[in-house]
Design a protein around this ligand. Sequence first.
Ligand code: HEC
Ligand SMILES: [Cu+2]
Length: 446
Amino acid sequence: MARSARRTTPMPIPQLPNSDGGAPERRRLVQPAKIKALAALSLGVLILLLAGCASEHPLDSLTADAGPSSERITNLFWPILIVAIIILILVEGAIIYMIRRFKAQRRAEDSGTAMAGDPYDPDNPTELLVGEPLPPQTHGNLRLEIAWTIIPTIILAVIAGFTLVAIFDLEEVTASEDSLRVTVVGQQWWWEFQYHTDGNTDSPPDFVTAGELVIPVGQQVPLEITSRDVIHSYWIPQLIGKKDGVPGRYHDWLIEASRPGRYLGACTEFCGLAHGYMRMYTIALPATDWNDWAANQRQPVTPLNPGEVGYEGQELFLANCARCHSISGLTDTNGDDQTDDPSIYSGGDPVHDQLVAGAAPDLTHMMSRATFAGATYNLYEDRGEDVDYQDLAQLGEFNAAELENWISNAPGNKPGDWEAGRGMPPFPNLTNADVDALVEYLRTLT
Ligand code: HEC
Ligand SMILES: [Cu+2]
């Protein structure tokens, strides 16, 4: 056969004789691949279904009902999902039916050159239709087109109506003007919470925590969400939906828990290197417990004197750490206050300029938290969710190893860009004894 002719005329595919005289052998070879694909698909679906059986799923928003907001969102989501699934089944079912019912059959016997399952040959397009009559061709059907425009419009309008009502409900403030309000500040890569117990966000906060927001059960707490650097997003699936923290803006949001508990969240707006380590808890305590907790948070520390447990660590802290971290009530050896130095928060001081955002977590009552560094590490050995949050320091075993690692080499634990002022720098100059002394000091901050 000449080379030029070969290009236009398809090579006849050799047909292997078959014992039962039916379909040629080649056809059979297609089947195992199909079976494998089907098996892989079923396995994938099975794994997805099994994932639904997980008992630990703190970020699952499908069953979220621990607060009025999340309950409202869940109650809106499910009916919409069910409507969507019905539509999916109807549309996909019709597509699959039509593909099977009206597909052009290749007739190997008729064409003599190709067989079922052969790839489409653009040089021989009619071959596809050999032995198949062309079905009647329809161009436009006004009634059908009106129907499939109007029905979806009605469905979407109804969904939009319910959604709008829910959005307004979620923003309905029931808290009084002078009750607890919290400014939530996102920063690469942790969250800061500034508590205004009198509701006045124009005055300095009563106290500041990091990583864990603690609220009283059954009380709506208005939040003002913002950021010091890039856009972050605050989300506690069990309690509330997402709200972005945008630099220079304050977004109002409302949080409320119907039952006590520790609720996990994660930053949901990609914010750079350690975005995946920017997690946070909201802890809901019964009102009286919350009052006790808040009374403790308000207390400044009493600086330690020589000879007291933790004194060496306090000196090391003043020398190495106080330029970024504030501890309310801590004074240096001259008796100068270390906390109310506004440069810590303004970033105007060149020393603090190395921190892009101008602040590091407030450590005044660090030991009253369960986690640190964007809820990445546990401060106490995990004793389960049922441990009394307020008694952590008494009940849980202290997890010294991760805190020691953190102090000597923070960027080696959680990715950061400390040279550019994001995250905590490493301290290679500190000896093991120094780190032990620092941890001993931090343990006094209950
Ligand atoms: C240049 C500023 C800077 C200095 C100096 C600094 N830190 Fe930090 N530190 C940070 C930042 C920023 C974070 C938050 C990092 C994160 O979560 O990614 C942090 C986090 C921490 C945390 C976790 C707090 C929490 O609740 O999440 C501890 C504990 C800590 N630092 C201890 C120390 C100690 C001890 C020293 C002194 C040896 C020190 N830091 C020096 C900036 C600093
Ligand atoms: Cu973030």
